[in-house]
Design a protein around this ligand. Structure first.
Ligand code: AMP
Ligand code: MN
Ligand code: MN
Ligand code: MN
Length: 282
C-alpha cells in the first residue's frame, strides 16, 4: 500500500487578519482535517503566532510561523508569504507595523468613498468586524454583504471593492525588495502567494518572478486552494524554469463563501522541489 503524503498547508488566516477563526480554533480544525504541518500567514501581522503555537503544542501538528506581506510592484498588489520567520525580528516587525498603519488610513479613505457610493458607516462597521485584527477589504465585503447590496463576496468585489471600483483605494504597500529583505532578516523564506491570481500577462508575470528572485525570494505557491489544474501546471513550470522552490497552501479564511477548506489544495506535481524538503523532520 502506498503511504499517503503528509498534508502540509503553508497559507492560512486567523481573526488577527481576515480569517474567521481564532488561531487555536484554526489549529484544531487543521488537525481535524488531517494537516500535520500548518503555517499561519495572516496579512501583515504575526499577532496570532504565539496562540497558534501554544495550541499546536498539545497536538500532533507542527506550527510554522508565517506572514503574508502586502507589496506593490509595477501597479499590482502582490502578496509575499514569509515562512519559518522569527517573529521577534525588529526589521520584520517595523516593516509590517508600517503596513498596518497604511491599512488603517486606507480603510478610512475607503469609508469616505463608500459613503458616496451609498454604503453608510462602512469604516466603523468594517473596524468592528475586524475586532482585534487588522482591517482588510474582506471586512468591508462582509459588511456590504450584510446590507444585502450584493449576493456573493465575488459580487461585492466586482461592484465595490475591486480595482477601479467605487470603494477602491490604490494603496502603495511595501516594495518586493523590502518585504523579501524583512523575511530574510527574520531568518525566513519568501514565497510569492497565488502567482496565477494576478491579472497580468505571461511576460509581466515572468518579470515579476525575476525581480522577486533577484531580491532573494525562494519560492512560488505552486499548489493553491482555488487554482485550476492548468494554473498549477503553469506555475510549476515557472518554478522549474526559475529554479524556485514550490509551496502548497489552501489560503483558508473560514468556513464561509468560496474559501477553500484548511488543508485543501492539490498535491505538488512531481517536477518541482517542495520548499519543506530541507526542513527539519516533521
Ligand atoms: P486587502 O489586503 O485589504 O486589500 O484585502 C485583500 C483580501 O480580500 C484578500 O486577501 C482576500 O481575502 C479578499 N479578496 C480579494 N478579492 C476577493 C474576491 N474577488 N472575492 C473574495 N475575496 C477577495
Ligand atoms: Mn485575505
Ligand atoms: Mn493573498
Ligand atoms: Mn492569504
Amino acid at each position: 500500500m502506498p503511504t499517503s503524503e503528509p498534508n502540509i498547508d503553508l497559507h492560512t488566516h486567523s481573526y488577527f487578519s481576515d480569517g474567521i477563526l481564532s488561531p487555536a480554533d484554526l489549529v484544531q480544525r487543521a488537525v481535524g482535517q488531517g494537516v500535520s504541518v500548518l503555517a499561519l500567514t495572516d496579512h501583515d501581522t504575526t499577532a496570532g503566532i504565539a496562540q497558534a503555537q501554544a495550541a499546536a503544542q498539545a497536538l500532533e501538528l507542527e506550527l510554522i510561523a508565517g506572514v503574508e506581506i502586502s507589496t506593490s510592484w509595477s501597479g499590482h498588489t502582490i502578496h509575499v508569504l514569509g515562512l519559518r520567520i522569527d517573529v521577534t525580528s525588529s526589521a520584520l516587525q517595523q516593516g509590517i507595523a508600517q503596513i498596518a498603519l497604511q491599512r488603517e488610513e486606507r480603510a478610512m479613505e475607503m469609508g469616505r468613498k463608500l459613503e458616496k457610493a451609498g454604503i453608510p458607516a462602512a469604516f466603523e462597521n468594517a473596524k468592528q468586524l475586524a475586532g482585534i485584527g487588522l482591517v482588510t477589504r474582506t471586512h468591508f465585503a462582509r459588511y456590504i454583504l450584510s446590507l444585502q447590496k450584493a449576493k456573493t463576496m465575488q459580487q461585492v468585489f466586482e461592484r465595490y471593492l475591486g480595482q477601479g471600483k467605487a470603494g477602491f483605494v490604490n494603496a502603495q504597500w511595501a516594495s518586493i525588495a523590502d518585504a523579501v529583505a524583512w523575511i530574510r532578516q527574520a531568518g525566513g523564506q519568501a514565497v510569492i502567494a497565488h502567482p496565477a491570481r494576478y491579472k497580468m500577462t505571461a511576460t509581466k508575470l515572468r518579470s515579476l518572478i525575476k525581480a522577486f528572485k533577484e531580491a532573494g525570494g525562494e519560492g512560488l505557491e505552486v499548489a493553491y486552494g482555488n487554482y485550476s489544474a492548468a494554473d498549477m501546471q503553469k506555475i510549476a513550470n515557472l518554478a522549474v524554469e526559475f529554479a524556485l522552490l514550490a509551496s502548497r497552501g489552501s489560503d483558508f479564511h473560514g468556513i464561509e463563501h468560496q474559501y477553500a477548506e484548511v488543508g485543501r489544495a492539490p498535491p505538488l506535481p512531481g517536477q518541482v522541489t517542495p520548499i519543506w524538503k530541507d526542513w527539519p523532520a516533521h
